[in-house]
Design a protein around this ligand. Structure first.
Ligand SMILES: [Zn+2]
Ligand SMILES: [Zn+2]
Length: 266
């Protein structure tokens, strides 16, 4: 059964109870690679060597600093289980990730960068033979990071719009109408008004505008459930689900889905 797991739901500050935002699909597709990607994968029982596809949204540290760690682990410990990793990224990304790897582990990753990576710069296509397709689209975030989101479509018909790290924008609105799930990164509280981030008010507006889609919130600025420190979890309309680390979606062959949500567990 296809599964979309949320291995982290926090913003760049990793608020109490939340690791950096990270999505794992079917145990082998990652969206982004935060600094703690290795422990996040291990907690989910997935070996870095099993990752076949890695899609990058943009070049902020909380979304990419884990890349050298994945490469290092695959080269020296877990070994690639199914050939090189396919890396889906913007044209400038190869240089950024190569430099990051050289800075992080000088002299140790040349082989891995040569043999364990396929750079894929197409803006849309199939994600290998996974049954998933992607379309990358530009979003509104710090321009220096070349920010993008992904529309992901499964062969069952299920669709999830990963908005990337973004403020409200037309590119999201254009795609949100007919998707099953909108995954939105709510990086800042209401007192921050920035064109580059969604705050709670803007997440509510998005949900009102697209009532047929399920809105899931990740990259949350607020503390996780049960934590005492940090920003309180904001009150949002009930239809909007603020994910917790470890939540996941199970998708059926007919494209319907169930959200397994830690907060709602009795
Ligand atoms: Zn971020
Ligand atoms: Zn960012």
């Amino acid at each position: 059964m296809p599964r979309v797991q949320f291995l982290g739901t926090g913003n760049a500050h990793s608020p109490p109870g939340r690791l950096h935002a990270l999505v794992l699909i079917d145990g082998k597709i990652l969206v982004d690679a935060p600094p703690t990607v290795l422990p996040q994968l291990r907690q989910a029982g997935v070996s870095p060597g099993e990752i076949e596809h890695l899609l990058f949204t943009h070049w902020h540290a909380d979304h990419m600093f884990g890349f050298p760690f994945i490469l290092l682990d695959r080269q020296y410990v877990s070994k690639p289980q199914n050939g090189p990793m396919n890396i889906y990224l913007r044209p400038n990304g190869k240089e950024i990730l190569s430099n990051l790897s050289h800075v992080g582990f000088p002299g140790s990753l040349e082989g891995a960068l040569e043999d364990d990576v396929e750079w894929i710069e197409n803006e849309s296509g199939s994600i290998g033979k996974s049954g998933w397709k992607y379309e990358r689209f530009p979003v509104s975030h710090t321009p220096e990071t070349d920010p993008h989101g992904y529309l992901l479509t499964h062969e069952s018909g299920f669709t999830i719009l990963h908005c990337g790290d973004s403020g409200p924008c037309e590119e999201i609105n254009q795609r949100a109408e007919n998707v099953d799930v909108i995954l939105v990164e709510m990086g800042v509280p209401d007192f921050v008004e920035s064109p580059y981030h969604h705050n709670p008010k803007e997440v509510s507006t998005l949900a009102q505008r697209f009532p047929k889609s399920t809105v899931l919130v990740t990259h949350n600025f607020s503390r996780g459930e049960g934590e005492m420190d940090g920003f309180e979890i904001p009150q949002l309309p009930e239809s909007i689900i603020q994910l917790e680390d470890g939540d996941y979606l199970d998708i059926s062959t007919d494209g319907s889905f169930d959200l397994i949500n830690n907060r709602r567990k009795k």
